[in-house]
Ligand binder design. Structure first.
Ligand code: A2P
Length: 275
Protein backbone atom coordinates (compact mmCIF):
# COMPACT_ATOMS: atom_id res chain seq x y z
CA UNK A 1 0.00 0.00 0.00
CA UNK A 2 1.31 3.43 -0.90
CA UNK A 3 2.18 5.63 2.05
CA UNK A 4 1.37 9.30 2.44
CA UNK A 5 4.22 11.77 2.09
CA UNK A 6 4.90 14.00 5.08
CA UNK A 7 6.32 17.50 4.66
CA UNK A 8 9.14 18.69 6.89
CA UNK A 9 6.57 20.70 8.85
CA UNK A 10 4.46 17.61 9.49
CA UNK A 11 1.66 17.81 6.92
CA UNK A 12 0.58 14.43 5.55
CA UNK A 13 -0.14 14.36 1.79
CA UNK A 14 -1.84 11.46 -0.03
CA UNK A 15 0.67 9.85 -2.42
CA UNK A 16 -0.93 10.31 -5.86
CA UNK A 17 -2.84 13.49 -6.69
CA UNK A 18 -5.19 14.08 -9.60
CA UNK A 19 -3.75 16.76 -11.89
CA UNK A 20 -6.30 19.12 -13.44
CA UNK A 21 -4.17 21.32 -15.69
CA UNK A 22 -5.87 21.43 -19.10
CA UNK A 23 -9.03 19.81 -17.72
CA UNK A 24 -11.99 21.84 -19.00
CA UNK A 25 -14.45 22.77 -16.23
CA UNK A 26 -17.12 20.10 -16.86
CA UNK A 27 -14.56 17.41 -17.57
CA UNK A 28 -12.79 18.47 -14.41
CA UNK A 29 -15.93 18.03 -12.31
CA UNK A 30 -16.41 14.46 -13.54
CA UNK A 31 -12.71 13.68 -13.22
CA UNK A 32 -12.62 14.76 -9.58
CA UNK A 33 -15.79 12.78 -8.78
CA UNK A 34 -14.35 9.66 -10.43
CA UNK A 35 -11.01 10.16 -8.75
CA UNK A 36 -12.57 10.44 -5.29
CA UNK A 37 -14.69 7.36 -6.01
CA UNK A 38 -11.54 5.50 -7.06
CA UNK A 39 -9.78 6.32 -3.80
CA UNK A 40 -7.80 9.48 -4.60
CA UNK A 41 -7.73 11.89 -1.68
CA UNK A 42 -5.60 14.57 -3.29
CA UNK A 43 -6.60 17.04 -6.02
CA UNK A 44 -4.28 19.60 -7.58
CA UNK A 45 -5.70 22.74 -9.18
CA UNK A 46 -4.68 26.37 -9.71
CA UNK A 47 -6.37 29.74 -10.06
CA UNK A 48 -4.94 29.87 -13.58
CA UNK A 49 -6.58 26.60 -14.64
CA UNK A 50 -10.04 28.18 -14.39
CA UNK A 51 -11.53 25.06 -12.79
CA UNK A 52 -11.33 25.72 -9.03
CA UNK A 53 -15.12 26.02 -8.79
CA UNK A 54 -15.57 22.61 -10.42
CA UNK A 55 -13.01 21.03 -8.11
CA UNK A 56 -14.79 22.48 -5.09
CA UNK A 57 -18.23 21.37 -6.30
CA UNK A 58 -17.00 17.84 -7.00
CA UNK A 59 -15.40 17.56 -3.56
CA UNK A 60 -18.64 18.72 -1.93
CA UNK A 61 -20.82 16.44 -4.06
CA UNK A 62 -18.62 13.45 -3.23
CA UNK A 63 -19.96 13.59 0.31
CA UNK A 64 -16.49 13.10 1.75
CA UNK A 65 -15.66 15.22 4.79
CA UNK A 66 -13.58 18.21 3.68
CA UNK A 67 -10.66 17.18 5.89
CA UNK A 68 -10.35 13.87 4.06
CA UNK A 69 -9.47 15.50 0.73
CA UNK A 70 -6.15 17.26 0.27
CA UNK A 71 -6.63 20.26 -2.05
CA UNK A 72 -3.83 22.28 -3.59
CA UNK A 73 -4.20 25.53 -5.48
CA UNK A 74 -1.73 28.11 -6.75
CA UNK A 75 -1.12 31.85 -6.76
CA UNK A 76 -1.09 33.17 -10.34
CA UNK A 77 2.43 33.58 -11.66
CA UNK A 78 2.12 37.33 -12.25
CA UNK A 79 1.05 38.17 -8.68
CA UNK A 80 4.19 39.13 -6.80
CA UNK A 81 3.09 41.30 -3.88
CA UNK A 82 1.62 40.81 -0.41
CA UNK A 83 -1.81 42.32 -0.96
CA UNK A 84 -2.28 40.51 -4.26
CA UNK A 85 -1.30 37.22 -2.64
CA UNK A 86 -3.89 37.63 0.12
CA UNK A 87 -6.57 38.78 -2.32
CA UNK A 88 -5.98 35.86 -4.67
CA UNK A 89 -6.12 33.29 -1.90
CA UNK A 90 -9.44 34.78 -0.79
CA UNK A 91 -10.67 34.58 -4.38
CA UNK A 92 -9.50 30.97 -4.75
CA UNK A 93 -11.29 30.02 -1.52
CA UNK A 94 -14.45 31.66 -2.89
CA UNK A 95 -14.10 29.75 -6.14
CA UNK A 96 -13.56 26.48 -4.29
CA UNK A 97 -16.17 27.39 -1.65
CA UNK A 98 -13.78 26.15 1.00
CA UNK A 99 -12.58 27.63 4.28
CA UNK A 100 -8.97 26.69 3.72
CA UNK A 101 -6.68 25.03 1.20
CA UNK A 102 -4.29 22.29 2.21
CA UNK A 103 -1.41 23.53 0.07
CA UNK A 104 -0.86 26.93 -1.54
CA UNK A 105 1.94 27.29 -4.09
CA UNK A 106 3.54 30.23 -5.89
CA UNK A 107 2.80 29.01 -9.41
CA UNK A 108 6.09 30.08 -10.96
CA UNK A 109 9.07 32.31 -10.12
CA UNK A 110 8.15 34.64 -13.00
CA UNK A 111 5.02 35.48 -14.98
CA UNK A 112 4.40 32.90 -17.71
CA UNK A 113 4.42 35.86 -20.10
CA UNK A 114 7.99 36.76 -19.07
CA UNK A 115 9.79 33.49 -18.31
CA UNK A 116 13.19 34.02 -16.71
CA UNK A 117 12.48 37.56 -15.42
CA UNK A 118 14.14 38.22 -12.06
CA UNK A 119 11.22 38.55 -9.62
CA UNK A 120 13.22 37.79 -6.47
CA UNK A 121 11.79 40.69 -4.46
CA UNK A 122 8.26 39.91 -5.58
CA UNK A 123 8.65 36.25 -4.71
CA UNK A 124 9.90 37.19 -1.25
CA UNK A 125 6.85 39.44 -0.77
CA UNK A 126 4.46 36.69 -1.94
CA UNK A 127 6.23 34.10 0.20
CA UNK A 128 6.01 36.28 3.32
CA UNK A 129 2.29 36.80 2.69
CA UNK A 130 1.76 33.06 2.30
CA UNK A 131 3.40 32.38 5.63
CA UNK A 132 0.99 34.88 7.19
CA UNK A 133 -1.93 33.11 5.53
CA UNK A 134 -0.67 29.86 6.98
CA UNK A 135 -0.56 31.41 10.46
CA UNK A 136 -4.13 32.61 10.03
CA UNK A 137 -5.28 29.05 9.22
CA UNK A 138 -6.43 29.72 5.64
CA UNK A 139 -3.61 27.55 4.30
CA UNK A 140 -2.21 24.41 5.95
CA UNK A 141 1.04 24.22 4.06
CA UNK A 142 2.98 26.54 1.69
CA UNK A 143 5.29 25.92 -1.21
CA UNK A 144 6.41 26.88 -4.68
CA UNK A 145 6.26 25.52 -8.19
CA UNK A 146 8.74 25.63 -11.06
CA UNK A 147 11.38 27.08 -8.73
CA UNK A 148 15.09 26.34 -9.11
CA UNK A 149 17.42 26.33 -6.09
CA UNK A 150 18.47 29.87 -7.03
CA UNK A 151 14.82 30.96 -6.73
CA UNK A 152 14.31 29.14 -3.43
CA UNK A 153 17.36 30.31 -1.50
CA UNK A 154 16.35 34.00 -1.38
CA UNK A 155 13.05 32.97 0.26
CA UNK A 156 14.97 31.17 2.98
CA UNK A 157 17.39 34.07 3.43
CA UNK A 158 14.55 36.59 3.73
CA UNK A 159 12.17 34.66 6.00
CA UNK A 160 14.13 31.77 7.49
CA UNK A 161 11.41 29.42 6.21
CA UNK A 162 11.96 26.91 3.43
CA UNK A 163 9.04 25.98 1.16
CA UNK A 164 7.58 22.61 2.17
CA UNK A 165 6.94 21.64 -1.46
CA UNK A 166 8.34 22.40 -4.91
CA UNK A 167 6.07 21.19 -7.70
CA UNK A 168 8.09 20.73 -10.88
CA UNK A 169 7.75 19.11 -14.29
CA UNK A 170 9.12 15.64 -13.69
CA UNK A 171 8.83 12.52 -15.82
CA UNK A 172 10.99 9.68 -17.14
CA UNK A 173 13.51 11.50 -19.31
CA UNK A 174 13.11 14.86 -17.54
CA UNK A 175 13.92 14.51 -13.88
CA UNK A 176 15.58 17.90 -13.30
CA UNK A 177 18.28 16.11 -11.38
CA UNK A 178 20.01 19.11 -9.78
CA UNK A 179 16.80 20.74 -8.65
CA UNK A 180 15.34 17.46 -7.36
CA UNK A 181 18.55 16.66 -5.50
CA UNK A 182 18.68 20.13 -3.92
CA UNK A 183 15.06 19.92 -2.79
CA UNK A 184 15.28 16.42 -1.40
CA UNK A 185 18.56 17.18 0.41
CA UNK A 186 16.86 20.13 2.05
CA UNK A 187 13.68 18.32 3.03
CA UNK A 188 11.51 19.97 0.36
CA UNK A 189 8.96 17.52 -1.03
CA UNK A 190 9.12 17.38 -4.83
CA UNK A 191 5.78 16.99 -6.55
CA UNK A 192 5.88 15.74 -10.14
CA UNK A 193 3.53 17.49 -12.54
CA UNK A 194 3.13 16.09 -16.06
CA UNK A 195 4.41 12.68 -14.85
CA UNK A 196 3.31 11.26 -18.23
CA UNK A 197 4.99 14.09 -20.17
CA UNK A 198 1.44 15.24 -21.02
CA UNK A 199 1.04 11.93 -22.85
CA UNK A 200 4.10 12.33 -25.06
CA UNK A 201 6.25 9.42 -23.81
CA UNK A 202 3.52 6.81 -23.64
CA UNK A 203 4.47 5.27 -26.99
CA UNK A 204 8.15 4.86 -26.13
CA UNK A 205 9.37 1.35 -27.01
CA UNK A 206 11.72 0.90 -24.06
CA UNK A 207 9.03 1.96 -21.61
CA UNK A 208 6.61 -0.48 -23.25
CA UNK A 209 9.08 -3.34 -22.78
CA UNK A 210 9.71 -2.51 -19.13
CA UNK A 211 5.99 -2.05 -18.43
CA UNK A 212 5.32 -5.48 -19.91
CA UNK A 213 7.69 -7.06 -17.38
CA UNK A 214 5.41 -5.86 -14.57
CA UNK A 215 2.18 -6.42 -16.48
CA UNK A 216 1.27 -2.75 -16.16
CA UNK A 217 0.67 0.07 -18.64
CA UNK A 218 3.37 2.58 -19.59
CA UNK A 219 1.42 5.24 -17.71
CA UNK A 220 1.46 3.14 -14.53
CA UNK A 221 5.18 2.54 -14.98
CA UNK A 222 5.84 6.28 -15.34
CA UNK A 223 3.85 7.06 -12.20
CA UNK A 224 5.58 4.29 -10.24
CA UNK A 225 8.94 5.70 -11.36
CA UNK A 226 8.07 9.10 -9.86
CA UNK A 227 7.19 7.42 -6.57
CA UNK A 228 10.38 5.39 -6.67
CA UNK A 229 12.30 8.68 -7.00
CA UNK A 230 10.61 10.02 -3.87
CA UNK A 231 8.45 12.47 -5.80
CA UNK A 232 4.69 12.81 -5.54
CA UNK A 233 3.06 12.27 -8.95
CA UNK A 234 0.10 14.32 -10.16
CA UNK A 235 -1.17 12.52 -13.28
CA UNK A 236 -3.90 14.34 -15.16
CA UNK A 237 -6.76 12.46 -16.76
CA UNK A 238 -10.41 13.13 -17.53
CA UNK A 239 -11.11 9.49 -18.40
CA UNK A 240 -12.62 7.29 -15.69
CA UNK A 241 -10.75 4.13 -16.62
CA UNK A 242 -7.40 5.93 -16.84
CA UNK A 243 -8.05 7.76 -13.58
CA UNK A 244 -8.56 4.37 -11.90
CA UNK A 245 -5.47 2.95 -13.55
CA UNK A 246 -3.26 5.85 -12.48
CA UNK A 247 -3.73 5.22 -8.77
CA UNK A 248 -3.09 1.48 -9.07
CA UNK A 249 0.66 2.00 -9.02
CA UNK A 250 2.08 0.10 -6.07
CA UNK A 251 4.76 -1.46 -8.26
CA UNK A 252 8.15 -2.55 -6.90
CA UNK A 253 10.55 -1.62 -9.70
CA UNK A 254 13.88 -3.43 -9.78
CA UNK A 255 17.09 -1.43 -9.42
CA UNK A 256 18.04 -2.51 -12.93
CA UNK A 257 14.85 -1.17 -14.45
CA UNK A 258 15.12 2.09 -12.52
CA UNK A 259 18.66 2.48 -13.85
CA UNK A 260 17.37 1.77 -17.35
CA UNK A 261 14.72 4.48 -17.00
CA UNK A 262 17.27 6.87 -15.47
CA UNK A 263 19.31 6.40 -18.63
CA UNK A 264 16.46 7.67 -20.79
CA UNK A 265 17.15 11.28 -19.78
CA UNK A 266 16.30 13.44 -22.78
CA UNK A 267 13.48 11.40 -24.33
CA UNK A 268 10.17 13.12 -24.65
CA UNK A 269 9.42 16.77 -25.24
CA UNK A 270 11.57 19.18 -23.36
CA UNK A 271 10.76 22.84 -23.69
CA UNK A 272 13.32 24.60 -21.55
CA UNK A 273 11.67 26.99 -19.16
CA UNK A 274 14.66 29.31 -19.23
CA UNK A 275 18.05 29.50 -20.91
P1 A2P B 1 -6.87 11.86 -20.74
O1 A2P B 1 -7.13 13.04 -19.87
O2 A2P B 1 -7.77 11.81 -21.94
O3 A2P B 1 -6.83 10.55 -19.98
P2 A2P B 1 0.27 14.33 -17.64
O4 A2P B 1 -0.29 13.80 -16.39
O5 A2P B 1 1.71 14.06 -17.84
O6 A2P B 1 -0.05 15.80 -17.85
O7 A2P B 1 -0.46 13.55 -18.85
C1 A2P B 1 -1.81 13.78 -19.17
C2 A2P B 1 -2.12 13.21 -20.54
O8 A2P B 1 -1.96 11.79 -20.52
C3 A2P B 1 -3.51 13.51 -20.97
O9 A2P B 1 -3.53 13.65 -22.37
C4 A2P B 1 -4.27 12.24 -20.55
O10 A2P B 1 -5.39 12.05 -21.38
C5 A2P B 1 -3.24 11.18 -20.78
N1 A2P B 1 -3.36 10.05 -19.85
C6 A2P B 1 -3.56 10.10 -18.52
N2 A2P B 1 -3.56 8.89 -17.96
C7 A2P B 1 -3.35 8.02 -18.96
C8 A2P B 1 -3.25 6.61 -19.03
N3 A2P B 1 -3.35 5.84 -17.94
N4 A2P B 1 -3.03 6.04 -20.25
C9 A2P B 1 -2.91 6.80 -21.36
N5 A2P B 1 -3.00 8.14 -21.36
C10 A2P B 1 -3.21 8.75 -20.18
Amino acid sequence: MLKNFVTYDGVSIPPVGLGTWQSAPNDCYNAVRWALDAGYRHIDTAFAYGNEADVGRAVRDSGLPREQVFVTTKLPSDVKDEKGTEAHLVQSLRNLRMDYVDLYLIHAPWPWSDIGKDCTQGNIAAWGAMLELQLSGLVRCCGVSNFLPSDILPLLDATGVMPAVNQIRFFVGNTQRECTFFCQENGILVEAYSPLATGNILDNGVLAQVAQRYNVTVAQLCIAYCLHKGTLPLPKSVNQQRIRQNIDVDIALSDGDVALLDGLEGIGPYRKLRS
